[in-house]
Design a protein around this ligand. Structure first.
Ligand code: ADP
Ligand code: MG
Length: 371
């Protein structure tokens, strides 16, 4: 029997690479997007829930189309956070373990810009970048986007939330040879429609996987009513009772809250990394690596870590507070229940926030049970 990815048009060498990552049977978004993207150079807008394999859904067709023998940047992937850009770069690298060489460069803020300038002198076919750093490097003329044929915007709505609208427009304009633009995200808030309108033709094909369910259905949602002053103790108690093999993420709304919780856990001897935007990139990488490599069981994070980050087998996500924006709930809780697994998302709710929780339920089409 032929391999299901072969039927979608993926080469044997790429299949060999993804097999080692446990990617054997295509997810719905992969099944639908890959043949469309391979069929011809076309624009495509794809909405699919968190953790359903969007990276391979655009990565595999892209690696099929990019020509490793041409030493020019043919594809650009833009993503909101440094961690996500690095993760995408790493994924592409792994997919191509057995294929002929395609060079991908990751350009993210916080890394030494001079080193990046140097690296861009080598033949490069694919660039994965965060908008801010990419603009800096373009201003330095360290790279040109004029031969980019494939532009991929991963989680573009978050880039807009971060205030990168103009930068994105600038980047898009610089891709003069753009033949196909692919947008992938789990959430498409209204603000994104403006960008879509100015970037791709009106009749651009849209895929909506499992429409009507924005939030990954494998997640069970809970709330526990808890006064703000008691939340840290609640988290300590929750983590202490967890069986040792269970790993999870705890989201805090503010940097100070994350740091404070980290201290409170450390005092109780509970090991947890703290990831927040004030850390240097080196520190951020170190914390992320320790968590991904399972050297620490828990990670406390602000919303910088909510988008796209893929850590396999997280069994729970705690929300120290409800997030400010509803979309963030989708992305935070979407760090669990990835790759077909199940997961728990538990909100520590200030008694005054009952109404707000109801609004989340209504808008997201989910329901919270009492923990
Ligand atoms: P998304 O971008 O949709 O949030 P990712 O691309 O980060 O999701 O993938 C989530 C996880 O699922 C990753 O660990 C990835 O390796 C895994 N994965 C992707 N495709 C498959 C597949 N077809 N079968 C099993 N696991 C997969
Ligand atoms: Mg993703």
């Amino acid at each position: 029997m032929s391999h299901p990815f072969k039927e979608l048009g993926i080469s044997a060498k790429l299949i060999q690479g993804i097999s080692e990552l446990g990617i054997e049977k295509p997810t719905p978004v992969q099944k639908q997007a890959i043949p469309l993207l391979l069929e011809k150079d076309r624009d495509l807008i794809v909405q699919a829930q968190t953790g359903t394999g969007k990276t391979a859904a655009f990565g595999l067709p892209l690696l099929t189309k990019v020509d490793g023998s041409i030493p020019r940047i043919q594809a650009l992937i833009v993503s909101p956070t440094r961690e996500l850009a690095k993760q995408i770069g790493k994924n592409l690298f792994r997919y191509t373990k057995y294929t002929s060489k395609v060079f991908t460069e990751v350009l993210a803020g916080g890394d030494k810009i001079d080193v990046q300038v140097g690296k861009l002198k080598r033949p490069t076919q694919i660039v994965v970048a965060t908008p801010g750093r990419l603009i800096d490097l373009l201003k330095r003329e360290a790279l040109s986007l004029k031969h980019v044929k494939y532009l991929i915007l991963d989680e573009a709505d978050e880039m807009l939330s971060m205030g990168f609208k103009e930068q994105l427009q600038d980047i898009i304009t610089r891709c003069e040879s753009r033949r196909a633009t692919w947008l992938f995200s789990a959430t498409f808030p209204a603000a994104l429609e403006d960008l879509i309108k100015s970037t791709v033709p009106k009749d651009t094909r849209r895929l909506q996987i499992d429409s009507g369910n924005v939030v990954n259905r494998k997640i069970s949602h809970y709330f526990a009513t808890c006064a703000t002053s008691e939340k840290n103790d609640f988290v300590i108690d929750y983590l202490e009772k967890k069986p040792s093999e269970e790993r999870g993420l705890i989201f805090c709304r503010t940097k100070a809250g994350a740091i404070g919780l980290g201290r409170a856990l450390a005092e109780k001897g509970i090991e947890a990394g703290v990831l927040q935007g004030d850390l240097t990139q080196l520190e951020r990488d170190k914390v992320m690596r320790a968590f991904k490599k399972e050297r620490v069981p828990f990670l406390i994070a602000t919303d910088v870590a909510a988008r796209g980050i893929d850590v396999p087998d997280l069994s729970f996500v705690l929300h120290h507070q409800l997030p400010e924006q509803i979309e963030y709930y989708t992305h935070r809780s979407g760090r669990t229940a990835r790759a077909g697994k199940r997961g728990i998302s538990l909100v520590l709710l200030d008694p005054r926030e009952r109404k707000k929780l109801k609004r989340f339920e209504k808008e997201l089409g989910i329901s919270f049970s009492a923990y």
